[in-house]
Design a protein around this ligand. Structure first.
Ligand code: ADP
Length: 393
């Protein structure tokens, strides 16, 4: 098998942007990456592109202007991030026409996320018809959550008829980071009980025993759980009915509010934690409350997962906020010495960008910061599919 020159094009297609990365799945080397934004923006002078097909052209142009031809990239597959795999799709799946039909049937479960991914797959299949296109699902890692964690306590017949369960998201990241944590500790994955805190614009927590998730904070959709950049996380479902019935908001209005103008932005006006901290320093009480609510929810989940797991070996922070925001890490874990959780202030403040320990030597629970790399995880998932099914590509 040629391990020198093969690579996977990883595409993450959103409604108005396409992120791409070309990676060598064997070495992990990033060959090229970028983002095409403002898809659908009719103003060309604003840097917009007409549609996803035009965005794909921009990706190829960007690769060419970096001196890459499709031939010398040695592409063996295109990996597509798909947010929702529904009840059945969970293994990385080579996309054929039948898979596309099944993905389209799932769109109502993830109306904001799956349709642009499907569009991205359709466009990329046309542009690169000779390569296998492999869908990798954000829900996959959590497919076998224990029933007690996956089941909502709602009318069982309704749940069954409409596939209402807790699916979990950010699975690619939770899996990758938990494996990296084990590797960093030099411990077998099977031996560890872990809590992973993926804190980016979207945010989710998971509890993992021996490499298998036993709980996660997102549910039917990526709205449940932690407070996020613009999403509310947990709310009483009664809020929705109250606003619909009494405030005259439509279901669409409420969905948009809970997704786009809630969370840290909804409370404090900012989505980016660097800005939020600046506002707090300047005495903005709304920003302070946003931060306090965010931290309170995070601590509740950490406490809950300590109880779910019984004993924990490692807690790992990842994604934009988790990797960079020392104050969030400190405030999420302060005062928990009785549970075996301590931070080394100096290590926590370190700006290092690689995997690192931030708890003191010998603390009962090891606390880590581990950078996530969903693109590499997707590229590796694709390579495994090729190795299992299609020879060495
Ligand atoms: P996404 O969920 O979009 O992939 P990321 O994981 O990239 O998001 O996280 C983006 C968020 O990370 C930003 O909105 C910001 O709040 C936070 N962030 C990034 N860099 C820093 C930093 N140096 N300090 C604090 N927060 C940061």
């Amino acid at each position: 098998m040629n391990t020198m020159s093969r690579s996977v094009l990883v595409l993450n297609s959103g409604s108005s942007s396409v992120k791409y990365a070309v990676m060598d799945p064997d070495s992990g080397v990033l060959v090229a990456d970028g983002i095409v934004e403002r898809i659908g923006d009719p103003r060309p002078d604003a840097g917009g592109v007409a549609d996803h097909a035009a965005a794909m052209e921009v990706v190829f142009d960007a690769l060419a202007s970096d001196g890459h031809t499709l031939e010398d990239l040695g592409l063996v597959a295109v990996g597509h991030r798909v947010v929702h795999g529904g009840p059945d799709l969970h293994r990385p799946t080579i996309v054929d026409d039948d898979t596309l039909v099944r993905l389209k049937e799932l769109a109502p479960l993830a109306p904001l996320h799956n349709p642009p991914a499907i569009l991205g797959i359709e466009v990329a299949r046309k542009a690169l018809p000779d390569l296998p296109h492999i869908a990798v699902f954000d829900t996959a890692f959590f497919h076998d959550l224990p029933a007690a964690a996956a089941t909502y306590a709602i009318d069982a017949e309704v749940a069954e008829s409409w596939s209402v369960r807790r699916y979990g998201f950010h699975g690619t990241s939770h899996q990758y980071v938990s494996e990296q944590a084990a590797a960093f500790l030099g411990a077998p994955l099977e031996s560890l009980s872990q809590i992973v805190l993926h804190l980016g614009n979207g945010a989710s927590a998971s509890a993992i025993v021996g490499g298998r998730p036993v709980e996660t904070s997102m549910g039917l959709t990526p709205m449940e759980g932690l407070v996020m950049g613009t999403r509310s996380g947990d709310v009483d479902p009664g809020v929705i009915f109250y606003l619909w019935r009494t405030a005259g908001m439509s279901v669409e209005d409420i969905e948009t509010m809970l997704n786009k103008s809630s969370g840290v932005r909804g409370l404090g006006g900012e989505i980016d934690f660097r800005e939020l901290h600046r506002e707090i320093e300047s005495g903005d009480s709304a920003a302070q409350l946003a931060y306090d609510v965010y931290i309170h929810r995070l601590r509740k989940y950490i406490g809950a997962y300590l109880a779910v797991l019984g004993s924990v070996d490692v807690i790992t922070f990842t994604a934009g906020v988790g990797e960079n925001d020392a104050a969030v890490r400190r405030d999420a874990l302060s005062g928990l010495t009785a549970f075996g959780i301590e931070l080394d202030e100096h290590l926590n403040e370190s700006p290092a960008r690689t995997a690192r320990r931030i708890s003191p030597d010998g603390a009962p629970i090891t606390v880590l910061v581990v950078p996530t790399d969903e693109e590499l995880a997707i590229a590796r998932a694709c390579a495994r599919v090729l190795a299992a099914g299609l020879g060495d590509g």
